[in-house]
Design a protein around this ligand. Sequence first.
Ligand SMILES: Cc1cc2nc3c(=O)[nH]c(=O)nc-3n(C[C@H](O)[C@H](O)[C@H](O)COP(=O)(O)OP(=O)(O)OC[C@H]3O[C@@H](n4cnc5c(N)ncnc54)[C@H](O)[C@@H]3O)c2cc1C
Length: 216
Amino acid sequence: MFLRLTKKSDLTPTIRAYTFSVDEPLNFIPGQFVMLKQPHAEQKFARAFSIVGTPGTRELTFLMKHFDDGHISGYLASAERGAMIEASLPLGRFTLNPADETRVFIASGTGIAPIISFLKNGAIAQTLFGVRSEADLFWTEHLPPAPDTHITLSQPSPNQTWTGLIGRVTAHLPALIAENKNAAWYVCGNPEMVRDVRALLLAANCEPANIHFEVY
Ligand SMILES: Cc1cc2nc3c(=O)[nH]c(=O)nc-3n(C[C@H](O)[C@H](O)[C@H](O)COP(=O)(O)OP(=O)(O)OC[C@H]3O[C@@H](n4cnc5c(N)ncnc54)[C@H](O)[C@@H]3O)c2cc1C
């Protein structure tokens, strides 16, 4: 399937949002991703990106960490509106279990993309989102209002006046676990964060079947 670039925006110095239109409405399950590649490029240059959007619409957005030399993020950074990109069908099992009674979402950086798809499509959950500093914050308006959202900065700038949580997401996990012992946990982001969160959840005797994760 081919996607046409309709909108691009710089969200932070390193994260960009790209919106595309697609000819036919796309059905996917919130949380899924597609493999994107430049038109006619070899399959080995395809990269995975989580879909931000609503199933059945003709508009898809991706949140991308920018790499100057990235096959996809680098290509899109210099692409004009109207440029085409090739996408696989939606893939992946990082999707919500309808049997969950309560849920907690945990994300770092662009790992918030599938979480925003969950939220946009009606999911309710305590959400813990971590980035490095104020300058790295983006799209917080898409997250549920306080007290359901917890935003933490691992390295807040000393010159700014951040009054929210400080530290890695793992620093705030014990409090969330205490309140949500039997919740289903959905964790997405960089490998170290996912590994550490998973280890803490298992150490707290959270049910392994209730721990869902997507590693970027
Ligand atoms: C299921 C899933 C969903 C994901 N969803 C997202 C998402 O929504 N947003 C997001 O930002 N990321 C997401 N990722 C991560 C993303 O797929 C990778 O970061 C991907 O590499 C980015 O592609 P790119 O084209 O931008 O950069 P790439 O071309 O992959 O380059 C990234 C960096 O790796 C280096 N590199 C490339 N090839 C090599 C090589 N052979 N050897 C050494 N270094 C190399 C480049 O120099 C560059 O610095 C997801 C990953 C998975 C598995």
